[in-house]
Design a protein around this ligand. Sequence first.
Ligand code: NAD
Length: 458
Amino acid sequence: MPPSEFDVAVLGGGFGGYSAAIRASQLGKKAAVVEADKLGGTCLHTGCIPTKALLETSGLYHKVHDRGQEFGIVAPESSFDYERIAARRDGVVNQLWKGVQGLMRKNHIEVFEGKGALEGDGRLRVGETEIQARAIIVATGAQPRSLPGIEFDGERIINSDHATLSRSLPGSIVIIGAGAVGVEFATFYRQMGSTVTLLEALERLVPLEDEEVSGVLLQTFKKAGIDCRVGVRVTGARVGEDGVTVEMEDGSVQAEKLLVAVGRGPRSQDLGLDKAGVELDQRGFVKVDEWMRTSAPGVWAIGDVVGGYQLAHAAVHEGLIAAEDIADRRVQPRNEDLVTRCTYSTPEVASVGLTEAQARDRGHDVKVGKFPLVANGRAIIHGETQGFFKMVADAGTGQLLGAHLVGVQATELIGEPALARLFEGDAWELGRNVHPHPTLSEALGEAAMAVDGTAINI
Ligand code: NAD
C-alpha cells in the first residue's frame, strides 16, 4: 500500500478520534489521524482536563482558605498566584499531550497535521496531501456557540475556551447557562473568591439531570454565595468601560466579564461532507445509525459532531464502535442509556440511565431508593455532607433503570451503578455488593437497598 493509502483515516484527533484510530490499529488496520490543531482535541486542551485541573486548585484553595478552621488548619494568610495555577494546568495538559503523541507512535498511526476535508470516494485532502482510505471516521467535534446579538470578543464576553485558558481571574462574572460548563465555572470562580451570577433560561440548574439533583445543587450554590437566577430570559449584552451589562427581560446585571455557556455546535462545515454525501440534521449534526455509520457508504462519524451526549467518554465509546464495525468485529451498538454523565461542580453531579421522570414516561412502574450523604461516615469525615445518592428501579422486576448522585466524588462513584446497568442488574444486587467501610460507596449500596426499604443506616 503506498504511504498515503490507509484502511482507516480519522478526521479529528480528539479523545474519540485518536481512540478510534488505536482500536482500528489493534484490529490490524493501517490507520491515520488528521488533526488541524493538537492531538487530544477539546477534551485535552480546552475542556475536561484543564478545567478539572483548575477545579482541583479551586477546591483545595477553598478548603484551606474558607474552611481551614473547621479542620483545625490555621492559615490566615492563604492566597493564590494565578500564574502558577495556570502553569500547573498547562503542565497537566502537556504531560498527557506527550502521552497521546507517544500512543500514536506505539500504534503505528500516521498523523497528518492540517485541516482535512472529504473529497468523496474515500479521498481526504490535507493541504497538498491526498489520502485515500477504505473507511473514514469524522470526529471533528464541536465548538462553543453564543446567543443572537452576543459575540465573543475573548476579553469581556468569553466562552469556555477563553475561560479555561485565561491567565487571570475576574473579580466578578455573569455566566449564562447552567449546564455542565456553567455550573463548573460557577464553582471554580466562586471558590476562588469571585462574585458570580448564574443565569439559566429553564426553571432549574443542570436541567437534564434528575429534578431532585437540581434542587440540591441550587440550594448548595445559593449557600456558597452564587447568585442563581432561573427562568431568566437574556435579551442582550453591552460592553462598557469597566465591564459587561447583561440585559434580561426583567432587569440587568453587571460584571467584569460575561461567560456564555449555552451549548456547543457541531464542527460539520467546510469538511466536504456534502461532497461525500454525508447527511446532516437540521442543527448541523452528522446523522448516524447505532454503528456510527453515516448516510455515505465508507464514512462513519463519532463524538460531539454527531450530537447526543457531547461527552469525551461518549465519543470514545462511539469511536470503538465505529472502528470495530469497520473491521467487522461488532461487539455492542451505541447505547446512550449506558453513558455516564458527570459534572464536576461542588457538589459533583453524576448519573446514568433514566431519571425518575423518564422512567415513568417510558411506562415503568417505578421504585426509588435514596440515601442522604449526611448519614454516611466518610462524607462526614470529608466535611461534605450535602447531597444524596438515588436509585431508580422497575417496581415489577427490580431492574436498575437509573442512578443519580449529587455529592462529593459522585463522578468517581457512578461507574459502579453504570456497570450494574451494563450487566442488566437489579437494585438489590447493587445493595448486596459488599462495599468497603468507611467509604462513600456504601451510600450507593444503601440507596440500592432503600429501593426495597431495607437500608440500614437511615
Ligand atoms: P449545555 O447544553 O449542557 O447547557 C446549556 C445551558 O444553557 C442549558 O441549561 C440551557 O437551558 C441554557 N441556556 C440556553 N440558552 C439560554 C439563554 N438564552 N439564557 C439562559 N440560559 C440558556 O451546554 P454547556 O454547558 O455549554 O456544555 C456544552 C457541552 O459540553 C454539553 O454537551 C456538556 O454536557 C458538555 N460538557 C460536559 C462537561 C462534563 O461532562 N463535565 C463539562 C463541560 C461541558
